[in-house]
Design a protein around this ligand. Sequence first.
Ligand code: 26W
Length: 740
Amino acid sequence: MDKTLFSDGLNGLDTKNKDAVTLYNEISLLAMKCAGDISETKGRRNAYYLSMEFLIGRSFYNNLMELGVLEETDKFLSGKGLDIRMFEEIEDAALGNGGLGRLAACFLDSAAGLGLPLHGYGIRYKYGLFKQAFKNGFQEELPDDWQRFGDPWSIRREDEKRLIEFADMKVYAVPYDMPVFGKRINRLRLFQAEGDGEAQKISEYLYPADDTKEGKILRLRQEYFFSAAALGELTEHFFKQYGKRFEKFPEYNVIQLNDTHPVICTAEFIRLLTVKYKFSFSSALDIAKRTFNYTNHTILPEALECWDEEYMRAVLPEIADIIIRISVYADREFQSLGCDKEQAKEMAIYKGGKFYMANLAVYIAGKVNGVAELHTEILKNDLFKTVNRFYPEKLQNKTNGITHRRWLELCNKELSELLDRTLNNNWRGDISRLNELNGFNGETADAFIEVKQTKKRQLLNYIKDREGVEIPENFLVFAQVKRLHEYKRQLMTAFAVLEVYYGVKSGKYHDLPPCAFIFGAKSAPSYRRAKTIIKFINEIAAKINSDVQCAERLKVVFVQNYNVSYAEKIVAGTDVSLQVSTAGLEASGTGNMKFMMNGAVTCGTMDGANIEIVERAGKENNYIFGATVEELARLKAEGYSPSEYLDNPERCKAVESLIDGTFSDGGTGNFKELYESLINEDNYFVLYDLESYVKTIIQVCTDCKDKKTFAAKQLANVANSAFFSSDRTIKQYAQDIWKI
Ligand code: 26W
């Protein structure tokens, strides 16, 4: 980074009567010019992260921070009477849905920060995840035209475009390079589809509505489009440098498949080696097995992809044939290992006219990892138990992490500066040194309380501006922010809040300190129950916030268009992080780690990474409740009848509020449908865990009255959060899987 060139350029900037967008582009382009090129990659092994989603968020502040010029830019602008926060109107690049996509972005940031060569390959969607607005409490989806203000942080590489062929169309994959700044500069290469009519649709929308045949086919095209483009260029670059000796390809390239979405590229790789470079099928297969690794992110059956052969043949007949050939090889291999028919069937890649992409991934991948200890145990003992039996060296854990640059240094400058003063060490360069905060003293706790109050004030002011809901800053702030899905149990929180509300009104919780519940979540457009839960929570918020009897006691707000930038404010200003998924269903969670690093205690179930968070920060510094995986297994075996758990009047009143006319679902009948799903199924054990959830919330409120003791709990979470930096995760991938 040529800082002199940047300073000269910055000070030479004429800011008079220029709007935020113009200044945004001028400063960003100046930074891009001064940053220099992608770091050298030749002559050594590079890792490549193939993902359908990269939830980058807003690049401006993060990139200027990484380039070491954020402070200077801030000062320059305020010197001109301008506020650097004016760029908050610039859209996030929301090229992802949630956890899996944000993890990919954190990984690229950490690899660059650590000076490791990890590059991303993905799709440059014209429209990212929809913008959410509420209308009468219902979610509305609006197009997210994230490039509206330009995209100064990408460079179009017209000369490197490549033709991707389907049976029924050809399309150009045009690369756009986003540099990833850190100790070295890595590259996120996103492909844009260009060609006639239908072709450019391939990169138009993230996650096309997959509840139609066209949607499914389009999704399949997307998966092949970007991953074939990636493999096309990686094999071509290798050939140019090392000729046909592709048995050496794995020495220079290691490829991580982020879930099953890019797994089709393993077949494309074999197609290239056999058709273009004339390798035998078996040697191409062998090289593939030494190149690819696979990360699983969910055990939910509906998220494990499988493709109808009919769909695959319609657009990629050669690939279909190759996958079938791989399946034959795999089956033969299973037999040679002594698998019985049943076991071979369980691992089969192609059966019954369907392609099981997770089985293809697990067969080809040298290493397969889960994303938290519990998740990996479930993979080993359940989802992939037969694979684990016959390929014991394949499965391993890599607990997720989050980049502490964005999720602490950038979003919480005040806490970062407190850590600078208190630790007086290079924690920013080596995050593991956060643990020297353990054994902190009283004055640190006081300073921390100060910082937490500042961040809460900023957050509540932001919410007041954006949502029109006023929350006094003496309120204890709970937050549950994540994708809306039944297994994450936002509905259980809604009932718990209602029980607290009824308890405040009845006087049962007369000495409860004032508390606020912040929700943030988007529902998939086609997910009816999730949208109903959003409406229900908005109804509850409207009722509680307008009840004068509770004005100084209880507030609820559902923030609109929750995204990465909103998350940066919420994780910093929140006291209590709600992580209440049904045990065994949240593979890891990563929001939980962001809250922990910013000094929130976790109120949660023993699920995903919550278990490791509590292990490291101490059970006594967090609030654990709810059934464990083992308990739920027993309950399922015995038989679970949800209505048995409506024995308590407040609980009953809270749940019945869905159908007793307390709230309106706009005449859709959705509240009744939701109620019946609870009474008859309750697949996520909401009614089972609700009692202990309410008890735990009350316990948190009781404890927070002793400010010092509560602050000590929060600080203990900060002090023990280094493990959850993605720097640690990336170091483990680099050592155990990528060998870079
Ligand atoms: C059907 C709901 C659903 C849809 C998509 C579940 C999962 C998905 C994705 C395929 C996978 C995903 O986003 N999983 C999330 O990945 C995060 C990063 O590893 C984890 O922290 C989350 O626990 C996991 O749900």
